[in-house]
Design a protein around this ligand. Sequence first.
Ligand code: GSH
Length: 229
Amino acid sequence: MPLRLYMIEDCPAGHRAAIALDEKKLEHETIFFRKGKRPKALEALGPRAKSPTLIDGAARVYDSPVVLEYLEDRYPKRRLMPKSPEARAEVRMLVKRFEEDLMPKMYAVMKDSGNGSARKALEQELATWEASFAGKKFAVGDDVTDADIMIFTMFPLLEKYASFELGTDLPSLRAWLARMKARPTTKVPRPVKADVRWPRDARHRRQVRSEGRARRRRNGNRLRRGANR
Ligand SMILES: N[C@@H](CCC(=O)N[C@@H](CS)C(=O)NCC(=O)O)C(=O)O
């Protein structure tokens, strides 16, 4: 059975898992659900099994950083973590800094009542990240790592829900974002109609499966095109 990813549309945490699966070229099925309507399979795992939750054989894994770690441990062939302990520590420190310092300010901009203070706080925070990204292709070295994936997934949301774009005073971050967007793996996953309902009957399950196959074929073609670039 292919891996199964449960996620909510426009959930940055779910998007991270989807990117890692595509970067690692792992065949998978994505089941979308709506906020507040977790499928029974997730409810059975307890309240922390949200978007994303990954089912892989006997493994049930949730919480996006843990899902990324699991995929790296279980499928190390296409690496999303550097080899050296120093660089691995750097990735983890950036992820922590992102979660504690940057992500809350990004969410604040999306919830902002409009007085502009959240935007100002985010711009000030991003200036510190501009310094960290100066002269770098990706967050840590020349290859995409979990740090890039974690950070990247907030930007499509900021653009969509807060019309927030990186300013021209952040050239290193802008170049990094453009590099991330250009990857065939980073497109925001969208459900096909059948995905958003929990499969209830045999006919519906067949429909979900056939749409899943069509999507995987499309994704496969997209990934192959990307790989041949
Ligand atoms: N820290 C978790 C956050 C997961 C999370 O809160 N996901 C939200 C959507 S972005 C969710 O599934 N909410 C549904 C619910 O709370 O019922 C992670 O990184 O995976």
